[in-house]
Ligand binder design. Structure first.
Ligand SMILES: N[C@@H](CCC(=O)N[C@@H](CS)C(=O)NCC(=O)O)C(=O)O
Length: 214
């Protein structure tokens, strides 16, 4: 029962690797020779026709793309602990809400900021697309910051994969505006004993902030 995860250090497969580790699942990591912010090799289309990481192969042979789908799948296969809530509970409803919110609004605006040329046919519009993406990304983190004002984690006092997802995406935030709660959560996730070594391998050498210390 071994999963196979394709990623490159510092990219979105971090959260899937952390999820598999938190779930106690066995997996093989295939680390691609590519750096965040660049396109993946053309040959990677043979694995994922959309040419993005992460890609997860399940032990029974399914191929998955889309980090939100993978997190939902892992949380359903290994509920409990710091992974995710039991199906059908109010916490499960919140879990689904936040995982999809993070994917649809936060991850997507991050990609629009990094690759604005993909969102226009007019090269001259790139700067405006990036500026609007940063504003939208800030608004999403503002909403998440408000959600975390009264609770330690997105679902309350229990950590879940939604928090690890938020932390990864927040660590990529350009950081002009302050989001104290998202920042505190990111430190909390980065120092989690299971997550910490995976975090450090993925992010420490390219991050100005030393996450996990506070
Ligand atoms: N919607 C996808 C987005 C994945 C994604 O954007 N991955 C980035 C790395 S963080 C990537 O592969 N970038 C290379 C590219 O898009 O060319 C998901 O949630 O898994």
């Amino acid at each position: 029962m071994t999963y196979k995860l394709y990623n490159r250090d510092g990219s979105g497969g971090f959260v899937v690797e952390a999820a598999l580790a938190l779930a106690g699942a066995q997996f093989d990591l295939i680390a691609l020779d590519s750096v965040p912010g660049s396109a993946l090799p053309e040959t990677f289309r043979e694995i994922n026709p959309w040419r993005q990481v992460p890609v997860l192969m399940t032990p029974d042979g399914a191929m998955m793309t889309e980090s939100a789908a993978m997190l939902t799948y892992i949380a359903q296969a290994f509920p409990g602990g710091d992974v995710g809530p039991q199906l059908g509970t109010p916490e499960h409803a919140s879990f689904l809400r936040w995982v999809v919110f993070l994917s649809a609004n936060v991850y997507e605006t991050t990609l629009r900021r990094i690759y604005p040329e993909r969102y226009t046919t007019e090269a001259a519009e790139g700067a405006g697309i990036r500026a609007a993406a940063i504003e939208r990304n800030d608004n999403a983190f503002g909403l998440l910051d408000g959600q975390l004002n009264t609770t330690e984690f997105l679902l309350g006092d229990q950590m879940s994969l939604a928090d690890v997802y938020l932390a990864m995406l927040f660590s990529w935030h350009p950081g002009k505006r302050q989001f104290a709660q998202c920042e505190a959560l990111t430190h909390r996730v980065a120092r989690h004993p299971v997550v910490a070594p995976i975090w450090q391998r993925n992010f420490d050498h390219r991050s100005k902030v030393k996450w996990g210390l506070v």
